[in-house]
Write a protein that binds this ligand. Sequence first.
Ligand code: DP6
Length: 355
Amino acid sequence: MTDSKIYQASTTAPVNIAVVKYWGKRDAKLNLPTNSSVSVTLSQKDLRTHTTAACSAAFPSEDTLLLNGSPQDVSGARTQACFRELRALRSALEAQDSSLPKLAALPLRIVSENNFPTAAGLASSAAGFAALVRAIANLYELPSSPTDLSRIARQGSGSACRSLFGGYVAWQMGNEVDGSDSVAVEVAPASHWPTMRALILVVSAEKKGVSSTSGMQITVATSELFQRRAEVVVPKHMELMEKAIKEKDFETFAKVTMMESNSFHATCLDTYPPIFYLNDVSRAAIRAVEDINAAAGKTIAAYTFDAGPNAVIYFEEKDLDAVAGPLKSALSGLDGWQAAEREIKVQGLDKVDER
Ligand code: DP6
């Protein structure tokens, strides 16, 4: 007798924006980074992926993934690695308890929706893989912690491991060759520093020119600046950043965030052939933040850019008027400025999981 029951579970995962950047893999297959990183998790009200994972003997035999209504290729090594690891954990549970339904052997049907345009150049793979991994873990009723799941999500996309936590999150690069200690951990919950805000400036909604994966591969192969960044600059920034977060020291948080972004984009320029992620509007945003800080007489705003021209500006709630207005007026006349900025709060882990 074939059981045609449909088993399913849903979850959501937030976007995170790094303040100490991950750039470079020491093992491309396991997605092991050349340096540790730190990120801030953004509010799910504005940016999140919602994912439902289902399995049933009644489904067609192939695993499927639908993202915003479009079928996705699941045969890639990264998605396969996530499926394989999660199935192995479920199989181990089934081997221990024969009363459990045999879900690991059933085809998976995953349905994901982003509440923001995937093409907006915002980090969608982080929320995407974090939601995919947790939805399947929920479906399989795995007793895994967020850190355990981060080890799996990392293999989907490096930055995804940090989206398993709310608040302030570190991805420890680890030392083990099997990647067992390359995981995300909480630096502080969102409630520790709830006045943090992020403003996203959508400078371009086009898809980025050079993907993170191939960009970092060329950087590792060609940039000497990269060596110094991984060995000297990032370890120093990690220490300063974790301390700044624990002490709620915005000025240090902001300075390290900006210097990190600049160091990362300098390594991109030092890559051969060079990679340009910033454009004229991005550079105007940098100047506008510098002017805002100069006018305030202290550092009240910090810019950061990932692998694209869109800016994320961190500031504290009390400085909203001093930051948002001047930023908008400095940029609104420029070509390419989309004025699609949004204010986004830092997200806590509570209410993230809908299981
Ligand atoms: C610049 O996590 O997208 O946003 O592991 O190859 O999927 P893969 O790369 P990805 O890289 C993110 C790079 C970054 C910095 C960061 O988020 O730390």
